[in-house]
Every structure is written in structure tokens, then in C-alpha cells.
Design a protein around this ligand. Structure first.
Ligand SMILES: Nc1ncnc2c1ncn2[C@@H]1O[C@H](COP(=O)(O)OP(=O)(O)OP(=O)(O)O)[C@@H](O)[C@H]1O
Length: 291
């Protein structure tokens, strides 16, 4: 395997009833990569496997050149990794400081003074300096999310894995979050799972789309938008031919699907490409099943 930060080959994970990942292969280098997919696509499963929180059934993983199956190498990955899981497992009686400090201890930052400096630095980076002494149960959902992000950032990890980090953030916090992640992505590798196509369009130089445990797209955001080229149009009234359509702020309808002759074609956004990609592949799968 090569010098990519992450390399995954033919990864497979099954739960009792379902296949969560089906022969997933991809690699990651420096920069921010978005992982998009509908509910149940397998995103969390993939991130947990990369973060060494889950052992896959089949396939190969290398994270920072290390093999998570080997106990020594697994520890090495955990030290150099920042992981923001969907459910961070907060102890509600911990303060924000205590929680981040606890995660820093798990990352083997043994020097107390330096560790505490680092905890203050990351809490400041997520805008929580003033709240560091508050108990987590007293914090709002958005603040809890930022505590979890601070914990993930502790120790300047070379690889940052974020599972739906913008859930619960208000628009201003989301903007701050984007700035922060964009800065981190300058020198490091960030993998960001999200339902928010706007976050991907704003932040990511690369996007991987997962659906039913399979990689459906792996390329740049412009390429994902291009899936919808010539398949997005605007109209004064709702177009019954459209696969999906919604009224925009301007009062016109934004339609995606197969445009009727003479339709007013508009430039596609990333969201249009994503929706059409899922529909295209869903339909192909349906035809396959019927055949
Ligand atoms: N612990 C589990 N036991 C059984 N099935 C599971 C388990 N975890 C996930 N699954 C199943 O595996 C599939 C992939 O789930 P996963 O949580 O990885 O998807 P996801 O893309 O992260 O979804 P979401 O966006 O809703 O978080 C789903 O069909 C899910 O029901």
C-alpha cells in the first residue's frame, strides 16, 4: 500500500440482517473530503472502522501507514487520530474542560501542564473558553457538539474523522466550524460525514458518496454537480414531470429530472447532482432486481 493517509481496500462489514459496507475501496490524502450518503448508507460504519472502533469482516485498512488489526499499530493510530463520533459518550457531570482533558489523557498526553494548555487551546478554537467550567449537562446541543469537536482536535491529530459534526449548530456556528475545518485541512487529512451538501460544497475538495454500503461517486464537488448537467430547470409553476421540485426564494420552481422540451435549463448545484446520482443508481438497482 502507498503513502496515503488512509487506504481502504474491499472493505466489508455485515450486521446480522444487513450488509453495511460492501467491498468499499478508496484512499485519502491531505485536505478535506466529504462523505455523503442517505440514512443507513454505511457512513458511520465506515468511519468507525477507520477510527479503530469497529473491526471489519473483510478487506484491508491502512491508517497513517498502520494496520488497525495489529494491537501495537492500533494504539499508534489512536494516538494520531481525532475522532468525533455521532454519540461522543459524554459523562454529563464532567465539565467541558474535564471531558476534553479526559480524551487528551486517553491519547496519552501525559505531561499535565502541556496537556492543560492544549485543552485550553482547543476549547478556545471552538469558541468555548468562557464555558469550560460548565457541566456538560448544562450546555446546549450546539455547545455539546463543539465540546466533542474540541476533544477530537486535541493533540493536533494528523487525521481527523468527523461524523456529522454540524448537527445541532446554528448558521453562525456552522460558518465558524467551516473556517476551522478549512484551516485544519490545509495541512492534514479530514474526513467529514454529513447530510449537508452545502458543507461539502463550501469545504471539500473531494467527495465520496456512499449508498447501500457501496461507493457511488468518488471525485471533486464539480464532478458531482455535473451529474445533473442539463437536468435542472426552472419554471413558474410546479412541473409534474420533475422527479423533485421545490419553490425557491425567488418564487420560481427549481426542478430536477428529465426536462421537457424548451425548459429553462439552469446550472446544477452539488445537491442536484447528489439527488440525481442516488435516484439513477437506485433505479438501476431496482431494474437489476426486477430482471
Ligand atoms: N449495531 C448494528 N447492528 C445492526 N445493524 C446495524 C448496526 N449499525 C448499523 N447497522 C445497519 O447498517 C447499515 C449502515 O448503518 P450506518 O449507521 O453505518 O449508516 P449511516 O450512513 O451512518 O446512517 P445515518 O446517516 O443514518 O447515520 C444500516 O442498514 C443500519 O441499519
Amino acid at each position: 500500500m502507498t503513502d496515503h493517509t488512509v487506504e481502504v481496500r474491499e472493505l466489508g462489514v455485515r450486521y446480522r440482517r444487513s450488509v453495511a459496507l460492501d467491498s468499499v475501496s478508496f484512499s485519502l490524502r491531505t485536505g478535506v473530503t466529504g462523505l455523503l450518503g442517505p440514512n443507513g448508507a454505511g457512513k458511520t460504519t465506515l468511519l468507525r472502522a477507520l477510527a479503530t472502533a469497529l473491526v471489519p469482516d473483510t478487506g484491508e485498512i491502512r491508517v497513517l501507514g498502520q494496520d488497525p488489526r495489529d494491537p501495537g499499530q492500533r494504539t499508534e493510530i489512536r494516538r494520531r487520530l481525532g475522532f468525533l463520533p455521532q454519540d461522543p459518550g459524554f459523562h454529563p457531570n464532567f465539565t467541558a474542560f474535564e471531558f476534553v482533558d479526559y480524551v487528551a489523557i486517553l491519547k496519552e498526553m501525559t505531561h499535565r501542564g502541556r496537556r492543560h494548555d492544549e485543552v485550553r487551546r482547543v476549547l478556545d478554537a471552538v469558541g468555548l473558553s468562557e464555558h469550560r467550567g460548565k457541566r456538560i449537562r448544562m450546555l446546549s446541543g450546539g455547545m455539546k457538539q463543539r465540546v466533542a469537536l474540541a476533544a477530537a482536535l486535541a493533540g493536533e491529530p494528523e487525521l481527523l474523522i468527523l461524523d456529522e459534526p454540524t448537527v445541532g449548530l446554528d448558521p453562525e456556528q456552522r460558518l465558524r466550524f467551516r473556517e476551522l475545518i478549512a484551516d485544519i485541512g490545509e495541512g492534514r487529512t479530514v474526513l467529514l460525514s454529513t447530510h449537508q451538501t452545502e458543507d461539502v460544497a463550501a469545504l471539500c475538495r473531494r467527495v465520496v458518496v456512499l449508498d447501500h454500503g457501496v461507493v457511488k461517486f468518488d471525485g471533486d464537488p464539480v464532478g458531482l454537480s455535473a451529474v445533473a448537467q442539463g437536468r435542472v430547470w426552472s419554471s413558474a409553476e410546479r412541473d409534474p414531470q420533475a422527479l423533485a421540485g421545490w419553490r425557491t426564494g425567488q418564487g420560481t420552481f427549481h426542478n430536477i429530472g428529465s426536462p421537457p422540451p424548451g425548459a429553462a435549463i439552469v446550472d446544477p448545484a452539488l445537491e442536484d447532482g447528489y439527488l440525481l446520482l442516488l435516484d439513477d443508481t437506485g433505479r438501476r438497482a431496482g431494474q437489476g432486481a426486477a430482471a
